[in-house]
Design a protein around this ligand. Structure first.
Ligand SMILES: Nc1nc2c(ncn2[C@@H]2O[C@H](COP(=O)(O)OP(=O)(O)OP(=O)(O)O)[C@@H](O)[C@H]2O)c(=O)[nH]1
Ligand SMILES: [Mg+2]
Length: 379
């Protein structure tokens, strides 16, 4: 199930080594068969639509998609789990987060496709191609893992899906262009019934270190683990798997998505700051080169004036840079040495004029004094 946003704030256009341009514009939910994908997606939609908040809400773009989700939620409210997913379904939604509008494309698919793509290495069938294509365009990924599968050694194929298969998926994300910092939320599902088991195994961190080591090692950074319960089950049904009970609140259904969106927004701020820093660097480098070149090729009054003017016109944040201050002092010192003021007027000439004026004033004052005091005896 990928979730995509269509505003350019999260989209990252990247060219791979062949120059092919693609965008990372969606959040993908991955999970083996029966991991809880459909339940998670439906509950996520139900939460963000029915309990929408001013900072986070979701709305399907078509009435049909909306009805599909709401029907699944209604079925669960009536104690019925969704059927295993057969065909792949794309559902477009609008997601609003902190005032920004995102487009989310959710893909619900059969967990068999996951096994075929990441364990079987089948990259050619239509369904696995669609799944891989979505993963390659992901700007955020939610991995749904039923923790029981990691511990239960009776069926090694389940373990292989969640261990080998998930690791392959993470490897693919990280190795694709722009995938190094894609946030990956590792979501342990059905924790309403598995919480006790995780605690008995030493808690979430110990569980992650013992059972998800390959995944986290491959993800390296930008990942976070969540214990989630999309739906809780009725008490009487616990031993037999249980029926869904939607009167109880979910646990960590929205949080993984929120964490991913926060990571994307921080990355956007980081990118913006880096771009701003780059722009400042270029402006400083170009301005100082122009200023120095101006006084080097033609050390006239006008060129010194131009050089200092160029520096004075820089924005304040550039002017505070020590390289700019040093260059300004350097140009002014060179101007003094050349006998011109950096503002273009001849220093020596002005000094002569001032001295002349002072001498003239002194002479006038002496004459006035002598005229007013004629009684001073002369020899
Ligand atoms: N206790 C509990 N059981 C859950 C939860 N989510 C899913 N389940 C159980 O897991 C089963 C499979 O959930 P689905 O969401 O259909 O799984 P899926 O990954 O979509 O499966 P496929 O479509 O077959 O790939 C459900 O029928 C429930 O029995 C949960 O939050 N808590
Ligand atoms: Mg399903």
């Amino acid at each position: 199930m990928p979730i995509a946003r269509d505003d350019s704030q999260v989209k990252t256009s990247l060219a791979d080594s062949t120059g092919f341009l693609f965008q990372r514009d969606r959040i993908v939910v991955l999970g083996r068969t029966q991991a809880g994908k459909t339940v998670y997606i439906a509950r996520l939609y139900g939460e963000l639509y029915s309990h929408s908040q001013s900072w986070l809400s979701m709305r399907a773009r078509s009435g049909l998609a909306h009805t599909t989700f709401m029907k699944m939620c209604a079925d669960m409210a009536n104690g019925r789990w969704p059927d295993p997913t057969g065909d792949q379904k794309f559902i477009d939604c609008d997601l609003s987060f902190n005032g920004n509008l995102y487009r989310l494309t959710m893909l619900d698919y059969s967990g068999e496709d996951f096994t075929r793509a990441f364990v079987g290495g089948d990259i050619n069938s239509e369904n696995t191609r669609a799944l891989l294509d979505h993963l390659d365009h992901a700007c955020g990924v939610i991995l749904l893992i039923d923790p029981q599968n990691a511990v239960d050694s009776r069926d090694p194929t389940k373990q292989a899906d969640d261990d080998w298969g998930m690791t392959q998926a993470v490897k693919r994300i990280r190795e694709f262009p722009g995938g190094e910092s894609v946030p990956i939320a590792i979501v342990l599902t059905k924790c309403d019934i598995h919480k006790g088991m995780i605690l008995a195994l030493g808690g979430l961190k110990k569980f992650r270190d013992d059972y998800l080591l390959w995944i986290t090692r491959t993800a390296v950074r930008y990942y976070r683990t969540f214990e989630c319960s999309a739906v809780r089950v009725t008490h009487q049904g616990r031993t037999s798997g249980g029926s869904p009970d939607l009167t109880k609140p979910p646990l960590n259904v929205v949080e993984p998505l929120k964490w991913i969106l926060e990571q994307l927004e921080s990355a956007r701020v980081r990118d913006r700051n880096a771009a701003e820093q780059e722009r400042r660097e270029q402006l400083i480098t170009r301005t100082l080169a122009h200023a120095r070149e101006a006084i080097r090729t033609e050390p006239t009054d006008a060129s010194f004036e131009l050089a200092t003017k160029l520096i004075r016109q820089l924005p304040r944040d550039c002017k505070n840079d020590s390289r700019v201050r040093d260059a300004y002092d350097e140009i002014r010192a060179a101007a003094v040495e050349q006998g011109v003021r950096a503002d273009g007027r001849n220093t020596k000439l002005w000094l002569l004029v001032i001295a002349g004026v002072l001498v003239a004033i002194s002479i006038v004052m002496i004459i006035v004094y002598l005229v007013q005091n004629p009684s001073v005896p002369s020899r």
